[in-house]
Design a protein around this ligand. Structure first.
Ligand code: SER
Length: 658
């Protein structure tokens, strides 16, 4: 019988920190998910990342023993989510020795923590060590194996040491009788930021490691992986901690030199340790996830057991997006913002599949925030701001999601298996295995899905794959061309103009510029939140405005837009601006895709009476009039003179004050 702890993950986290604090470790503040000074990586993916200089010998201000709980984001694991034990966002419990204690002490402490504090049964623990690499002069880690052997034997557990080699070797061999300590190659038991031995980045610290696995028992072994052994992905053994013995550094010539000080870098996933602590092979059935799953069950009126994968994906992606938002990332089309957008939109897509067709982030994000509010002060402080930001992104995408899905339907309904000549050369959306498709996608459709309906490229590919629609090399090439044309258009539009598409800064320019803001908002009022500005060109005679919209704007809608703009002119609203960091500007609901650089301060123009909800709020460089009433001077009215297509999924409106 396994002794089950009644500790919640939150307690496991605090017990871990307490344990190491009692052993003279300084508890350090975790790094941000978006590293401050590291252009080599988009996200913090492990606890040691921000400690790199100290592992290489620099003195850490807090001493030689450190510990923390580090939120980590590994976007590259997106496809593994859905198997009960992988997430892209997780917390890594970490402790470090900077040239202080080493293998023996680390192994004893971690074992003590697992068995005495958390109460894991030592019989369920299996461990690994590095087999060595002759070519690079790195010996087999017998020291670690012998320490483990003693540790187990002290508990009365026979622990045989076995050489396995690669993961593949293990799949063929399996494990026998009293075997408990396994030597694997560098793919399994060497740690550097780049991965295996040969992939260690030049200049980086690295070393052999020793992983600890929890055995969920043969009933959790999935067929298709060969025989069960610790480093297999079959589901029976799950890694719950990794002790890296950082003792080398990679040199320019590719070789490894010993570091002056031998370090320990331990990292263990809080969520996985928590799952092991209650003997649950499903990590999502722990207290840091279950409230989210319960909320999803309630919203979808569907049970978790039959919809595990979707619910796991939604819960994982929304946790990640929430923490990214707390750290100041906003959805955009670049870098971290793009990854965040992709995760959010994928979560919304999976929720749609579950039948959650209404906005739901306003219900789920607060649940996530509440799970962390007590332990992460920033989560508490930014709770409302984060909810607003994520809900706003949801509204934008949800507006076009259904229409986007109709594009896929249309392709599937089309009678011709257009253009598939040689199915034998088509692969799945990850380029892993050959697939037979029924239809192909046109470049124009793909571009429309991306540009008009807001599907991130990876989501288009995933959806197409699931529906049996091929995105061939031709589709991709055509899509790339359309993207390039679009970039060219915006470059041309930007040339010789002021910011905001103005060709000058006379009073008439300002009037038309302010009219463009009013009209942008009026278009969203009439057509919906999916309207995004795609360009503007303003002279002293007219305004031209491009925006995403899939179809013709009909005369009735045009009339409505004109009426609204004229109404706002008649109200003579004051026009003011203030500066905000971009994420804040988004959080207060400002529109605009410009100046989209993370961390940058942006101007937000506001058109609205003081102390009232503004009619228009937009990120913009100016200049503008001081009062909307100026647009109506001389009895003039706002009038749309033309509505036409500008490019795929983009409409163009010209308007004047007359
Ligand atoms: N750096 C190691 C890891 O990320 C241990 O902290 O697994």
């Amino acid at each position: 019988m396994v002794k089950l702890t009644d500790m919640k993950p939150q307690q496991i986290r605090s017990e871990y920190l307490k344990f190491f604090e009692q052993r003279n470790h300084a508890i350090i503040n975790p790094a941000k998910l978006v590293p401050d000074n590291d252009p080599t990586t988009l996200f913090t993916g492990s606890g040691m990342q921000s400690l790199l200089p100290y592992l290489l010998g620099e003195k850490h201000p807090e001493g030689v023993r450190l510990a923390d709980s580090q939120p980590c984001f590994r976007a590259q694991d997106i496809d593994a989510v859905g198997d009960n034990r992988h997430t892209t966002f997780f917390e890594m419990l970490g402790n470090w020795s900077l040239g202080d204690y080493f293998k023996e002490q680390q192994i004893h402490w971690f074992f003590e923590f697992l068995t005495e504090v958390i109460g894991l049964d030592a019989n369920r623990l299996y461990v690994s060590a590095f087999i060595g690499d002759e070519k690079n002069g790195i010996p087999r880690d017998d020291e670690v194996a012998d320490i483990w052997k003693k540790v187990f034997e002290e508990k009365g557990i026979k622990a045989e040491i076995v050489e396995i080699g690669t993961q593949e070797d293990g799949n063929k061999r399996g494990i026998h009788d009293d075997e408990r300590i396994f030597f694997y190659d560098d793919k399994e038991n060497w740690w550097s930021r780049g991965g295996s031995l040969g992939k260690t980045p030049i200049g980086d610290p690295c070393g052999p490691d020793s992983e600890v696995f929890y055995d969920y028992g043969p009933q959790n072994h999935n067929e298709g992986y060969g025989l069960a052994h610790p480093a297999s992905d079959s589901g029976r053994f799950v890694e719950i901690g990794n002790q890296v013995f950082m003792q080398y550094r990679r040199l320019e010539d590719g070789s490894f030199e010993p570091l002056a000080s031998k370090n320990v870098d331990f990292g263990g996933g809080l969520e996985r340790i928590s799952a092991a602590s209650i003997d649950s092979p499903d990590m999502f059935k722990t207290a840091l996830f279950w409230p989210i799953i319960e909320k999803l069950q309630k919203l979808s009126k569907k049970g978790y057991e039959n919809h595990r994968e979707s619910m796991q994906i939604i819960a994982d992606h929304l946790r990640g997006a929430t923490f990214l938002a707390v750290d100041g990332v906003a959805p955009s089309n670049k870098e971290q913002g793009y990854v965040m957008r992709r995760f959010l939109r994928r979560a919304i897509r999976f929720a749609f599949e579950l039948g959650i067709e209404q906005n739901f982030l306003s219900e789920v994000v607060p649940v996530i925030a509440d799970l962390y509010a007590d332990d992460y002060p920033e989560v508490k402080a930014k709770r409302e701001e984060v909810i607003t930001l994520l809900v706003r992104e949801e509204k934008v995408f949800r507006h076009t999601l259904r229409k986007g899905l109709q594009v896929f339907e249309k392709i599937m309904m089309s009678p011709i298996s257009s253009g598939i000549v040689d199915n034998s050369e088509l692969y799945d959306h990850k380029d892993r295995f050959k697939v037979e498709y029924k239809k192909t996608m046109d470049a124009e459709d793909m571009f429309r899905l991306y540009d008009t309906f807001g599907f991130p490229v990876e989501l288009i590919k995933e959806e197409a794959f699931m529906k049996g629609i091929a995105i061939t090399d031709d589709t991709q090439r055509g899509f790339d061309d359309l993207m390039e044309e679009q970039r060219e258009r915006s470059r041309t539009a930007a040339k010789g103009t002021f910011k905001g598409g103005l060709s000058g800064d006379s009073l008439m320019h300002k009037k038309y510029h302010s009219a463009a803001h009013l009209m942008g908002q009026a278009l969203r009022d009439v057509l919906g939140e999916g309207v995004a500005q795609k360009g503007a060109n303003i002279t002293d005679e007219r305004l031209r405005f491009d925006f995403s919209w899939p179809e013709k704007v009909n005369p009735e809608q045009i009339k409505q837009v004109e009426d609204i703009v004229n109404e706002q002119i008649a109200k003579d609203l004051p026009v003011t601006f203030a500066e905000y960091p971009l994420a804040e500007a988004r959080a207060i609901g400002a529109f605009g895709e410009f100046g989209d650089k993370y961390g940058e301060k942006v101007k937000v123009y506001r058109m609205g009476a003081e102390n009232e909800k503004p009619y228009s709020l937009e990120i913009c460089g100016g200049p503008h009039v001081d009062h909307t009433g100026q647009l109506g001077e001389g009895g003039k009215k706002f009038k749309i003179t033309k509505e036409e297509s500008s490019s795929a999924g983009v409409r163009r409106i010209k308007a004047i004050l007359i």
